[in-house]
Ligand binder design. Sequence first.
Ligand code: GDP
Length: 316
Amino acid sequence: VQSPSSSDKPRILLMGLRRSGKSSIQKVVFHKMSPNETLFLESTNKIYKDDVSSTSFVQFQIWDFPGQVDFFDPTFDSEMIFKGTGALIFVIDAQDDYVEALSRLHLTVSRAFRVNPNINFEVFIHKVDGLSDDHKIETHRDIHQRANDDLADANLEKVHLSFYLTSIYDHSIFEAFSKVVQKLIPQLPTLENLLNIFISVSLTVLILMYTTSQTCMFLPDAEALFYFRLMQDGSGCAYDKESLATIKLNNTTVLYLKEVTKFLALVCILREESFERKGLIDYNFHCFRKAIHEIFEVGGVSSLLSEKRNSSLKFA
Ligand code: GDP
């Protein structure tokens, strides 16, 4: 079975005004750049295509657009660009006056929707680190209201926009990107099913899955992210097939990390007494890992999600 060519991979577009933070988001989330380093990034002035397959578990590409893209320019091929797009992320700088950004958002969404009504429209209300909590809520409410009013005025109320408050200075940008990517994974229900089975048969309280780019796929809370960072520091974050890490916390909880694929780790949060049956957990993990490899790597297409594969898994 051939792996999908780059043109088949779901495409995520990053759009928004100049200096809204598009390149920073991409560099921080997928290239491990520290937030402070983004201060020195040059502004995006041409379409930058980033195939994140070599750094991410989920195969997709991100196209970072310059702020001043002109939809009426005949060289802007909106058919080609929007047809193959899974999600369009529009970044709005919440620390700046956002009137122009909103009109740009409207123009972009109405254009894209006409070409491809299946695109997920995701609005990142970005740089909220500079806003007080009250100001965040008010900005969110205001942008939500105005963007939807603009759509209603254009008889486009059926277009759905999702909003996220984001900053590269905390985990919010990882969480938002994770949600955007999750919507594009056709295997998601199967993956969730596998995780549920794993939990129920392995005495595990909770499991988390992380990609090495630190974009966690299932992030229950910030505390969990903290634990993961702790483990990464301990394990040096160099994954291979044998990689694992165990941490005993004071409160009789054990964290157990194991490599699933080159780009993905599974972290189990267990009670100490459950961890005494480590052999059972390891065996179930082996089954889980095998299933993940089959579902995501053998062709990587949704047609592989047959019930048969699922039911042939033998967890202990
Ligand atoms: P682009 O032109 O949309 O690609 O924007 P850049 O990624 O070049 O970012 C423009 C500026 O915004 C840079 O100085 C970044 O450091 C800054 N920036 C990006 N994201 C954030 C954020 O979440 N919070 C703050 N305070 N600044 C940010």
